[in-house]
Design a protein around this ligand. Structure first.
Ligand code: ADP
Ligand code: MG
Length: 250
């Protein structure tokens, strides 16, 4: 059996007094691509934030095991350093910190010293795949970037940092067709270059056309109500979430 990257068991979490996740189970193995779908407000982004350790949420039950370590109580910073990566719906803007320095320092935190020449070469290669203007390397992180450029900057981080788990939240929203294609190519590069694992949160399926999906999960009202293989995505495309919403109420 292949190596487990993430094992979530009975995960229950709340924000203030409101319980948003109720007993979520999810197992992701090395090399796998999982898709989390579900209607608006189902709790998909919440699951992403809770997995990353956002202090806004309180875990009241269950556990998160990442590469064999129980990280349920660990800080977001520690999780990121351990190899978890979350692409936010709204990425942070950091005036004064260039995209290049940001990626280089994150990479050095992960693997130690990186030769500048090698780093620049790899950065240029990845930026070319994403068709990003090389000037962007010297611009302040996300400052004045368009929606599509922010997404590309995140996929660039993914390609350069090669986290062992990447959680991509609505990465394709607001992208034009060309950008979706380039972003998918970047994700595919990440997938191929090493044995990472992906959790793609989306309610559209455009980005999935270019990616091979191993498992699909459907979330309704803070619960995973259905799991399946890639064909579940096609079924949702055809008939929407109604069937799952009904079974969630029953
Ligand atoms: P999704 O990403 O699936 O669209 P979210 O995880 O963003 O859904 O939201 C799940 C639910 O959590 C929604 O019903 C939302 O209204 C609720 N929610 C988010 N933030 C808060 C908050 N600060 N207080 C109370 N409820 C919240
Ligand atoms: Mg969301």
């Amino acid at each position: 059996m292949s190596q487990q990257i993430l094992q979530v068991t009975g995960l229950t979490a709340r924000i203030e007094e409101k319980e948003l996740l109720h007993g979520v189970d999810l197992t992701i193995r090395k090399g796998e691509t999982h898709v989390l779908m579900g209607p608006n407000g189902a709790g998909k982004s919440t699951l992403g934030y809770v997995l990353m350790g956002s202090p806004k949420y309180t875990v009241t039950d269950g556990s998160i095991v990442f590469e064999g370590q129980d990280i349920t109580e660990e800080s977001a910073d520690k999780r990121a350093r351990a190899g978890m990566f979350l692409s936010f719906q709204e990425p942070l803007e950091v005036p004064g910190l260039t995209l290049e320095s940001f990626i280089r320092s994150a990479l050095q935190q992960k693997v130690g010293h990186v030769r500048y020449y090698d780093f620049k070469k790899e950065l240029a290669r990845c930026m070319e795949i994403l068709q990003m203007d090389p000037d962007y390397a010297q611009r302040s992180l996300n400052v004045g970037f368009s929606g599509g450029e922010k997404k590309k900057a995140e996929i660039l981080q993914l390609m350069m940092l090669k986290p062992s788990l990447a959680i991509l939240d609505e990465t394709d929203s607001g992208l034009d067709v060309d950008a979706v294609r380039l972003v998918s190519r970047g994700i595919e590069e990440y997938r191929k270059s090493q044995e990472g694992a992906l959790l793609i949160i989306t309610h559209s399926t455009r980005i999935l056309d270019a990616l091979e999906v191993d498992r699909t999960h459907v979330m309704v009202n803070g619960r995973i109500v259905a799991d399946g293989d890639g064909t579940l995505v096609d079924e949702i495309n055809r008939s929407g979430y109604e069937r799952f919403e009904q079974s969630a109420e029953a």
